[in-house]
Design a protein around this ligand. Structure first.
Ligand code: ZN
Length: 74
C-alpha cells in the first residue's frame, strides 16, 4: 500500500516537473521557440534566467542561450 502511494506521489511530482519544464523556453534566432524539456532537460522550482548551451532542434545551431520562463497566458 505504501509503495503504491509513493509511486502515485512521484508520478504527480514528475507531472508537475514536466509541466513546469515546458514553460522554460529558449528563443532561437531562426524564430524557433523550444523548451528545456524538448532538449532533454528539466527545470523545476527554479528562478532566474540562466544561459545554457543548447542546440536548436530546428536549425541545429548550438550556442549559449538565455532561458526564460513563459507566463501561463502566453
Ligand atoms: Zn534555430
Amino acid at each position: 500500500m505504501r509503495n503504491l502511494f509513493k509511486r502515485t506521489m512521484s508520478k504527480k511530482k514528475w507531472a508537475e516537473a514536466e509541466a513546469e519544464s515546458k514553460l522554460w523556453v529558449f528563443n532561437c534566432e531562426c524564430g524557433h521557440e523550444f523548451s528545456i524539456w524538448d532538449v532533454g532537460g528539466m527545470r523545476y522550482k527554479a528562478r532566474g534566467n540562466p544561459v545554457k548551451v543548447v542546440r536548436c532542434p530546428k536549425c541545429g545551431v548550438k550556442k549559449g542561450r538565455k532561458l526564460r520562463k513563459k507566463e501561463m497566458s502566453e
